[in-house]
Design a protein around this ligand. Structure first.
Ligand SMILES: Cc1cc2nc3c(=O)[nH]c(=O)nc-3n(C[C@H](O)[C@H](O)[C@H](O)COP(=O)(O)OP(=O)(O)OC[C@H]3O[C@@H](n4cnc5c(N)ncnc54)[C@H](O)[C@@H]3O)c2cc1C
Length: 415
């Protein structure tokens, strides 16, 4: 079967790889000049199935309101007149209760744990180097931040995820580079979570997939999906039909408009975030693990001799422009914890849009149109969920039973 994959981010590249492994002829169409150049490019690199949490959580609406007028807010709401935003918010708000939070978290964790297994299998089989780090450490600046993490710790206990609650001294033993002058109440260490460079992995996997026969077409935008007798039969690029037996849409936020033309609604909305990358000074002691400053919801991840600092969730502003206050917050958080470890004034900044569903889990699998499949809407966890989502999609397109339950991971939950 010939499958066209629309989008060459981490989701499209991993999908193409697994589809090829299952014997399909695969063509990836990507409008950029290479793979992983949009949201997959500058993310925090954290792969944390243990800590995966939906954005729709019980305390979140109040938190968003309390941040409304703060310059250093980790979560920002920018109202506009777009009805899609208000529909998304209404749906999100309806999910901000403990019962739905637990359901959504369970669905996301099922996929994220499976995905980590698939990533490990790929890494071992293909020897892919992607600046991998082991362990994920949450930093709590105050007792209040620590207390707020109590429900998450209960859920970690319930789902059997290994973690260690560390007092400040034990945090500093794990992270000797942390500044002693920044207040620190405790740390929560997840030894089985990890991190890695997402675009580096995507570029390497693209090479392997290409060597194996996957065709990558760059610099071409898919304008729409083409149907024959009701079945997806290809895509339209520059008014030319590219034929296929099945089409997989892996176009993150842009999946919405492609699907809308086919009469399918997918409530994926862009949630903007930023990152800064700096080179560590020689001799400086940087982070030993991926870190999360809970107060600012900012991740600090070591990639070789560089630091990636990423955070802020901004909803309502679809323009991918850098915002000074957000960038200052990133630099401030990194220099609070690792002052003098890098020349922060030489940071390279990036902005991207998380393809976010209001309830949290992505949309995987078939659509109401035969031959048309979807792998999109991974929000803040696309790197962590990529290999699992891609394997599931390859199985479904091949007519096989996926190895995990698809309950709550498909479009069916919106119809
Ligand atoms: C600040 C920030 C931090 C993050 N941190 C993490 C993290 O620590 N861990 C984690 O797991 N996730 C993280 N994420 C989320 C993660 O980056 C995304 O979920 C993931 O990159 C989504 O991958 P994708 O392939 O769906 O999207 P993309 O990488 O955006 O790929 C979609 C591709 O489709 C192409 N495309 C779109 N429309 C068309 C068309 N019509 N024709 C052709 N091509 C098209 C685009 O050019 C793009 O390359 C973070 C995101 C942000 C913004």
């Amino acid at each position: 079967m010939h499958v066209i994959v629309v989008g060459g981010g981490i989701i499209g590249v991993t999908s193409a790889y697994y589809l090829r492994q299952q014997g399909h002829e695969v063509t990836v169409i990507e409008r950029r000049s290479g793979v992983a150049q949009e949201t997959s490019f500058g993310n925090a690199g954290v792969i944390a199935p243990g800590y995966v949490t939906p954005w729709a959580s019980p305390g979140m609406p109040r938190k968003v309101l309390s941040y409304l007028f703060k310059a250093e807010a980790p979560v920002l709401f920018r109202p506009n007149a777009n009805p899609a935003l208000w529909r998304w918010l209404a749906r999100w708000f309806s999910q901000c209760n403990l019962a739905d939070f637990r359901i959504n978290r369970g669905r996301m964790q099922r996929l994220a744990l499976y995905s980590r297994d698939q990533l490990h299998a790929l890494r071992d089989a293909l020897s892919i180097e992607y600046e991998r780090g082991q362990g994920y450490l949450q930093l709590f600046r105050s007792e209040r931040d620590l207390a707020l993490s109590a429900p998450v710790r209960t859920m970690l206990d319930e789902s059997g995820i290994r973690y260690e609650l560390l007092d400040p001294q034990r945090v500093r033993e794990r992270e000797p580079g942390l500044s002693p002058s920044t207040p620190l109440a405790a740390g929560l260490f997840l030894p089985d979570d990890e991190s890695g460079n997402c675009p580096m992995f995507a570029r390497r996997l693209r090479q392997i997939a290409e060597d194996d026969g996957v065709r990558f077409v760059f610099g071409q935008q898919v304008e729409r999906i083409v149907f024959e007798s009701g079945r997806a039969s290809g895509v339209l690029v520059k008014d030319q039909k590219m034929p296929a037996d099945a089409v997989l849409v892996a176009a993150a936020c842009d999946s919405v408009s492609l699907l809308r033309q086919c009469g399918i609604r997918a409530p994926i909305y862009p949630v903007k975030g930023y990152s800064a990358t700096v080179t560590l000074d020689p001799g400086a002691i940087g982070p030993q693990h991926a870190l999360m400053d809970e107060a600012y919801k900012t991740a600090i991840t070591p990639f070789g001799n560089r630091l990636r600092v990423a955070g802020t969730a901004e909803i309502g502003d679809a323009q991918l422009t850098l915002r000074d206050a957000a960038l200052r917050t990133l630099v401030r958080v990194a220099s609070d914890w690792f002052p003098g470890a890098a020349r922060y004034n030489e940071a390279q900044f990036w902005v991207g849009a998380r393809p976010m569903l209001p309830d949290g889990p992505p949309l995987l699998g078939p659509t109401s149109r035969p031959g048309l499949f979807l792998n999109a809407g991974h929000g803040s966890n696309g790197w962590a969920m990529a290999c699992g989502s891609a394997k599931v999609l390859a199985d479904l397109i091949s007519g096989r039973e996926p190895e995990i339950s698809m309950d709550g991971l498909t479009l069916a939950r919106y119809h």
